[in-house]
Design a protein around this ligand. Sequence first.
Ligand SMILES: *Cc1c(COP(=O)(O)O)cnc(C)c1O
Length: 409
Amino acid sequence: MQEFSTFVTHLECSYTGKLYPANQLHGLSEAGKPLLVRYDMEGIAKAVSKNDLQQRRPEFWRYRELLPVRKSENVVRLGELMTPILPATKLQQELGCGEILIKDEGRLPTGSFKARGLALAVAMAKELGVTRMAMPTNGNAGAALAAYCSRAGIETFVFCPEDTPKVNIEEIAFQGAKTFLANGYINDCGKIVGEGKAAMNWFDTSTLKEPYRIEGKKTMGLELAEQMHWTVPDVILYPTGGGTGLIGMWKAFDELEAIGWIGPKRPRMVAVQAEGCAPIVQAYDAGERHAEPWQNAVTIASGIRVPAAVGDFLILDAVRESKGFAVAVSDDAINEAQRECALKEGILLCPEGAATLAALKQELVTGRINPNEQVMLFNCATGLKYPMESEHKSIDLSKPIDYDFISRS
Ligand SMILES: *Cc1c(COP(=O)(O)O)cnc(C)c1O
């Protein structure tokens, strides 16, 4: 049994700053806000160097000193890898803008970046003796929870809005979670999980309601900085639902600076939402620190259909501190961007990823993104998980093959 050295000192309420001990099971803080994991930064700086990383596998566990897991036996692996950063040179030329980079998270186990957060949450749950986990999900988080829990031998209950993409529902159930569809939104499903805690004795794994998913999502920031030779892009466009990834990356950059691996430069963080569900954008525009719950949320980008986020103030703080902004795009613009990227770059974005490209196009026009800026888009899941419009033509084999028709097509 190998011990990782862990540098966790304590947890801290992101709202009040109240401290909580490590090595205990935690949900939200007493103030009902997310808990953040804090580390002994000096200890980490002494224990590991950038060079040490080169001897380690190309996966996010290479950053283990900046992660909370204590015993390597609790790590559950499904072949995590460092996701590629793909330049989108044709789109760049066409839009007449600075470098466009796409971080393609669709390559991770279960086909989405939810694998990062859930790999950490499940490892920590295992370490802390949890045997039953539950979560509300719009699809990808449930799939990752189901996969990692089945592998770890933890029982899972997953609750989805009934209009969650069918593939997601099936993959969740198929990978062993007890799967339920409810006629409401993700927040309604969250209520089932929260209110059922006592009766069902399960651990609530909802976004930001436990402290470790954010540590997993943080690895996106660690990884992109390493891949960019310890620099960061000028702008990051992030499709924002619960905001774990945006908050996690923001935390990652601070931690990297604290151990001296990057300088003070930060990317401008842009929270991208869909026009049909844009609570963060509304709060940003109104100058508020908290978002009002969005009514009647509708968008094809199911991963960002989150009417109310517990970490709203953390998203808005990061966006403002970084001099970024929050912006909404229409479903039509999402569809168009998705098609354009597939056609021109051969990259099949998920609708949420396509939303970031749509936002880039829109904001180059308004001038909120400058044509000299280097921009990183996040494609959070493989496009293959989502329905696509069919664009093929059919051939009738009982007739002669009409090559003119084929050639004209
Ligand atoms: C969950 C999800 C998001 C939103 O991520 P958060 O970090 O929770 O805001 C975006 N896109 C996809 C595909 C997702 O599954």
